[in-house]
Ligand binder design. Structure first.
Ligand code: TMP
Ligand code: ASP
Length: 240
């Protein structure tokens, strides 16, 4: 497998072409961003820490029957993935009220929800990722109803796999964001999980103390961001 030209420079990852049109290299940089790219920094070891956490979690999800774009780790900060045509929405599941949901409805952070709540957001930094529903997505043509149903079902399935995985490590999976698409090698087949699962895109609280182990450490200036990401890896058993 040969790495070729840069295709896309995201906020935390860079994507490269390979000699196989259906495979891409996902390169995890040390960059961190928040508030739709407004707050930026570089954090030592972030890229390789997230590459390793993502590989471990994607492996667990695949083993549980969630189709993912992940193929294999290539090196400390790169993984090989299937090339995907991404659906431009973000799928969030919340087990505990926090972040934008707490703000939107005036609810205190930390209220445990009687059942997981699913939300869609349009993926657009310029518009600050506005909340949207099935009708917006279908009528405006961002995805079909079948794709909407598959994304919602898979996002809940991920919750059923990851909530106990983190609980066994003494961590509450408060909420998380997933992105889906179709592999270019099977554009009309079922939707497949893309992007990443790392502490950048979820909230992880110590089950006993409530200490935060996710990107809120960066957003809220709580310090030692990557030390906490690495503790997550150690606690769930992801090799560093
Ligand atoms: P929120 O509370 O800001 O809506 O975020 C809910 C969860 O989803 C939180 O773990 C962060 C994650 N998320 C992202 O990583 N990127 C995004 O663009 C959005 C909207 C949420
Ligand atoms: N990931 C988004 C950004 O970097 C939103 C966030 O996590 O706050 O701006």
């Amino acid at each position: 497998m040969d790495k070729r030209q840069e295709l896309y420079h995201g906020k935390a990852k860079t994507v490269y072409a390979t000699d196989d049109p259906h495979r891409l290299v996902m390169h995890y940089r040390d960059d961190v961003s928040a508030f739709d790219g407004v707050k930026l920094a570089k954090l030592d070891l972030k890229g390789e820490t997230n590459n390793k956490i993502n590989a471990y979690v994607m492996g667990k999800l695949a083993a549980a029957g969630v189709p993912t774009h992940f193929v294999r780790v290539l090196n400390e900060r790169e993984s090989l993935v299937k090339a995907m045509k991404m659906i431009p929405v973000e799928c969030v599941v919340r087990n505990v009220c926090a972040g934008s949901m707490a703000k939107r409805y005036g609810i205190e952070e930390g209220r445990r929800l009687a059942e997981p709540i699913f939300e869609f957001f349009l993926k657009s930094d310029a518009l600050h990722d506005p909340l949207c529903n099935d009708d917006h997505i279908r009528v405006l043509g961002w995805a079909s109803q079948a794709e909407i149903d598959e994304m919602r079902a898979l996002t809940h399935k991920v919750n059923a796999v990851l909530t106990p995985l983190f609980a066994a490590a003494g961590i509450d999976l408060v909420d998380y964001k997933l992105e889906f698409g179709h592999p270019t090698e099977d554009p009309t087949g079922p939707v497949v999980l893309g992007d990443e699962f790392t502490p950048d895109g979820c909230r992880l609280w110590d089950a006993a103390t409530g200490e935060k182990f996710d990107k809120d450490r960066f957003r809220r200036d709580l310090g030692d961001v990557i030390g906490h990401y690495r503790q997550v890896a150690q606690r769930i058993g992801a090799p560093l």
